[in-house]
Design a protein around this ligand. Structure first.
Ligand code: LMG
Ligand code: NDP
Ligand code: PMR
Length: 398
C-alpha cells in the first residue's frame, strides 16, 4: 500500500490546502493533500481572460509545400479515412523522459518524432539503442541555453517543410549542488534560462506552425513537476519554489546588477529548478488563456511521476543518486520507470481523450490520468501574466 504522504510529516509541516483544483474525482495518496475537495478551476472565467493577441486564425487547412508530408487524411483502399502521421517535436529527447516519449510515440508508427537536442551524436546513439525505427525520427540541433540556437532551430524546422502538430517542451537541467550560478549564452541563470526562457521563446516562435497544422488535435505540452507545487509534500522539501515579485527575473537573472534568482534572493540551484518548473506551469496556463479559444490548440502540463533514475540527477551527490530511487520506490511510492513515464507523456501527446486545454495532468497509482491541482502560486493568473510579459522582454519578443 502506498504510504500516506502526510504520515511522513510532523504536524507543523502539514500542507495547507491552497490553489485551484482540477476536476478529478480520484485522489492520489502520495501528494499529502486530498485533491477532490477543492473547487474546480475555471480557466474560462472571463475575469481571468487576457487580451487576445491572435484574433485571426490561420486557415484550417495548411498549404503543403513538401511532398514528403501527406495531407491530413487519405483514403485507405477500403475507403476509410486514415490519419496522416503526426509530426511532434520533443526537446531533450536524448535521454530520460524525452527519449522514452519519443520511443513510445515512434513505436506506434503514427508519429514522426523530431528529437530536438543539443548533442547530436548522443541522441543518435540513444535513438538506436532504444530501437526507435529509423524512418520515424529526425534529429535536429537545439541548445535551449542559447536564444540564437533556439531561433536557428525554428528557422531550420520551418525550412524543413514539416508540419508541426505537437510541441513537447521537455528538456531541463537541475543543478542542486552548484554553489555559484552559471549562465546561458545571453547571461540568464542556467536553470531558468534553459528550462523556462529557452522554451518560452521556442514555443512562442512555433505557435504559428501549430496554428497552421491541419492535424485534428494540435497540442503544446510543457513538462511541469510536483516539486514546483507547494500544495504537495514534495513541493515542501526545502528549498521551496517561490517567484516572489519577480524582481530578479525582471533584472535579467544575470547575477551582476540583479540576482540570479527570480525572487531576487541568493543563488540556490535546487530552488532555481523548482522556480523554473513554476514558470513552465504558469506559461502553459497563460498560453491557454491567450490562445486556446481562438486557435483550438490544446495547452497542457503534467507531472509524469518521480523518474528517479534519469540524467536529471547527474549533478547530485553520489549518495543521493544511490538512495533516491529506493526512497521513491519503497517509501514514497512515487517512483515511475522511464518507460512508464514515457507512455504517460505520449498519452498527453496523442490520446484522443486528453483534449482538455489548460490542464496539469497527473497519474494515480493505477496509472490512470487525472486533472491535478496546482499550488496557489503555480495557478496565479496575475503572476502568469507578469512572468509572460517579463519573459517576452528578456527573449527579445517585446
Ligand atoms: C536540499 O536539501 C539541498 O540543500 C539542496 O542542495 C538540494 O539538493 C535540495 O531539493 C533538493 O535539497 C534539502 C534536505 C532537507 O533534503 C534532504 O532530503 C536531506 C535528506 C534527509 C534525510 C537523511 C537521511 C539519510 C539516511 C538514509 C537512510 C534511509 C534510507 C532510505 C532509503 C531506503 C530504501 C529502502 O530536507 C528537509 O528538510 C526534509 C524535510 C522533510 C522532513 C520529512 C522527513 C521524513 C523522512 C523520511 C524519509 C527518510 C528517507 C531519506 C531518504 C533520502 C533520499 C532523498
Ligand atoms: P534528463 O536529464 O534525462 O533529460 C533532460 C534532457 O534535457 C536531456 O535530453 C538533456 O540533453 C536535455 N537538455 C538539457 N539542457 C539542454 C539544453 N541546453 N538544450 C537542449 N536540451 C537540453 O532528465 P528527465 O528526463 O528526468 O527530465 C525531463 C523532464 O522531466 C524535465 O522537464 C524535468 O523537469 C521533468 N521531470 C522529471 C522528473 C524526474 O523525476 N526525473 C519528475 C518531474 C518532472 P543532454 O542529454 O544533452 O544532457
Ligand atoms: Mg522528493 C510523496 C512524496 C514525494 C514525492 C512524490 C517526491 C518527488 N518527493 C517526495 C518526498 C520527499 N522528497 C521527502 C519526504 C524528502 C525528504 C527526505 C524528499 C527529498 C528530496 C530531495 C532532496 N526529493 C527530491 C530531492 C531532490 O533533489 C529532487 C528535487 O527536488 O529536484 C528538484 C527530488 C524530487 N522529489 C520528487 C521528485 C519528482 C523529485 C525530482 C524533481 C523534479 O523532477 O521536479
Amino acid at each position: 500500500m502506498a504510504l500516506q504522504a502526510t504520515s511522513l510529516l510532523p504536524s507543523a509541516f502539514s500542507i495547507p490546502k491552497e490553489g485551484k483544483s482540477g476536476s478529478s474525482s480520484k485522489d492520489s495518496t502520495l501528494f499529502g493533500v486530498s485533491f477532490s475537495d477543492h473547487l474546480k478551476a475555471d480557466f474560462n472565467s472571463s475575469g481571468l481572460r487576457c487580451k487576445r493577441e491572435f484574433n485571426q486564425r490561420v486557415g484550417a487547412v495548411r498549404a503543403q509545400t513538401v511532398t514528403a508530408t501527406p495531407s491530413v487524411t487519405r483514403s485507405a483502399p477500403e475507403g476509410k479515412k486514415t490519419l496522416r502521421k503526426g509530426s511532434v517535436v520533443v526537446t531533450g529527447a536524448s535521454s530520460g523522459l524525452g527519449l522514452a516519449t519519443a520511443k513510445a510515440l515512434a513505436e506506434t508508427g503514427k508519429w514522426h518524432v523530431i528529437m530536438a537536442c543539443r548533442d547530436f551524436l548522443k541522441t543518435e546513439r540513444a535513438a538506436k539503442s532504444a530501437g526507435i525505427p529509423k524512418e520515424n525520427y529526425t534529429i535536429m540541433h537545439l541548445d535551449l541555453a542559447s536564444l540564437d540556437s533556439v531561433r536557428q532551430f525554428v528557422d531550420n524546422f520551418k525550412q524543413s517543410g514539416r508540419p508541426l502538430d505537437v510541441l513537447v517542451c521537455n528538456a531541463a537541467v537541475y543543478l542542486p549542488t552548484a554553489k555559484e550560478p552559471t549562465f546561458t549564452a545571453e547571461g540568464f541563470e542556467l536553470s531558468v534560462g534553459t528550462n523556462h526562457l529557452g522554451h518560452f521563446l521556442l514555443s512562442r516562435l512555433l505557435l504559428e506552425d501549430l496554428q497552421k497544422s491541419d492535424y485534428p488535435s494540435r497540442r503544446l505540452i510543457i513538462v511541469g513537476s510536483i516539486t514546483g507545487n507547494t500544495n504537495t509534500l514534495a513541493g515542501n522539501v526545502p528549498p521551496k519554489a517561490n517567484l516572489g515579485d519577480l524582481r530578479g527575473l525582471a533584472g535579467g537573472l544575470n547575477g551582476l546588477n540583479s540576482s540570479a534568482m527570480i525572487d531576487g534572493g541568493g543563488f540556490d540551484g535546487a530552488k532555481a529548478y523548482k522556480d523554473s518548473k513554476v514558470c513552465n506551469m504558469l506559461t502553459m496556463q497563460e498560453f491557454h488563456r491567450r490562445f486556446h479559444e481562438d486557435t483550438g490548440i490544446v495547452f497542457a502540463s503534467l507531472y509524469p511521476g518521480c523518474i528517479a533514475t534519469t540524467g536529471l540527477f547527474r549533478e547530485h551527490i553520489p549518495l543521493f543518486r544511490l538512495l533516491f530511487p529506493p526512497f521513491q520506490k519503497y517509501i514514497t511510492k512515487g517512483y515511475v520507470s522511464e518507460d512508464e513515464a514515457g507512455k504517460r507523456l505520449a498519452q498527453v501527446v496523442s490520446d484522443p481523450s486528453l483534449t482538455k486545454s489548460g490542464v496539469y495532468w497527473s497519474w494515480n497509482k493505477d496509472s490512470a490520468s487525472f486533472e491535478n491541482q496546482l499550488s496557489q502560486e503555480a495557478s496565479d493568473a496575475e503572476k502568469a501574466r507578469k512572468v509572460w510579459e517579463v519573459s517576452e522582454k528578456l527573449v527579445g519578443l517585446a
